[in-house]
Design a protein around this ligand. Structure first.
Ligand code: ADP
Ligand code: MG
Length: 254
């Protein structure tokens, strides 16, 4: 089971969109995937058409672990309208950010929850909140890899370098954690800035930069409004094409 955190220190860069559509792409290739919404804003839960107040969710299971009881991720897993396996978030999850600080083993609760699963998936994808708070730290500690979506705007490498420093601290707890790759999103090659930044990123990060870029494509936003992944929504869109290409590259990298 490979565990991947989709994380970046910025909002609006396509983390949630990437988690959903990479999961759907992998599932189309016959892989089993579990999506975990670790963002208290619950945007992935909403973008998959799921009510964020389900009786059992990531928060309820985390809260059990905090109380010394056994949380059960499998009990919290549901199947979305487009057939993805999801552990939904709820607004209460924000409470965990502060509450966890004083808990024994506070960085490892997600790790314990995943260890208890009897069902094995090929991939678990965590959709993370932009800040590196306790929930993101938990996701990173449970993960083998980080996939970092970024927009090709002014000086993104600065943001990457700051994030990489934080990853270095997390590696003290989780030695196997590695950056799988940086993914440029909302890309428009008619924009000089986008092209320049892509070239700079290639020079600086070499093969850590995915050769696939995700183009700016309104269908991706519309699919989220409809509560489904891009392949179910519009399989002929640029969004579907790009996320299929990302899926192939992702599988090759692992
Ligand atoms: N490639 C893209 N083209 C156009 N819109 C996109 C693209 N990727 C994401 N979006 C839209 O941009 C917004 C932010 O994306 P999201 O995935 O939620 O970012 P994050 O999770 O990093 O905050 C959403 O409304 C989403 O539908
Ligand atoms: Mg998000």
């Amino acid at each position: 089971m490979q565990i991947i955190s989709i994380a970046a220190q910025k909002g609006g860069v396509g983390k949630t969109t990437t988690a959903i559509n990479l999961a759907a792409g992998l599932q189309q290739k016959g892989k089993t995937v579990l999506l975990v919404d670790a963002d208290p804003q619950g945007s992935m839960t909403a973008a998959l058409g799921v009510n964020s107040e389900t009786a059992i969710n990531l928060f309820t299971e985390l809260a059990k672990e905090i109380k010394g009881e056994d949380g059960n991720i499998e009990a919290a897993t549901l199947t979305t309208a487009s057939g993805l396996q999801l552990v939904p978030a709820s607004a209460d999850l924000a409470w965990a950010e502060t509450e966890l600080i004083s808990v024994f083993g506070r960085e490892q609760i997600f790790t314990w929850l995943l260890e208890k699963m009897t069902m094995q998936y090929d991939f678990v994808l965590f959709d993370c909140h932009p800040s590196v708070g306790m929930l993101t730290v938990n996701a990173l500690v449970a993960s083998n890899y980080i996939l970092m979506p970024l927009q090709a705007e002014f000086l993104p490498h600065k943001a990457v370098n700051i994030f990489m420093q934080q990853i270095t601290s997390i590696k003290k707890i989780n030695k196997r954690l590695e950056l799988l790759g940086i993914l440029l999103t909302k890309y428009d090659d008619r924009k000089t800035m986008n092209k320049q930044v892509k070239m700079q990123m290639e020079q600086e990060f070499g093969n850590k930069l995915f050769t696939t870029t995700i183009r700016n494509n309104i269908q991706l936003a519309k699919a989220q409004e409809a509560g489904v992944d891009i392949f179910s929504f519009d399989k002929h869109s640029h969004g579907a094409e790009d996320y299929e290409s990302l899926t192939d590259e992702f599988l090759k990298k692992l």
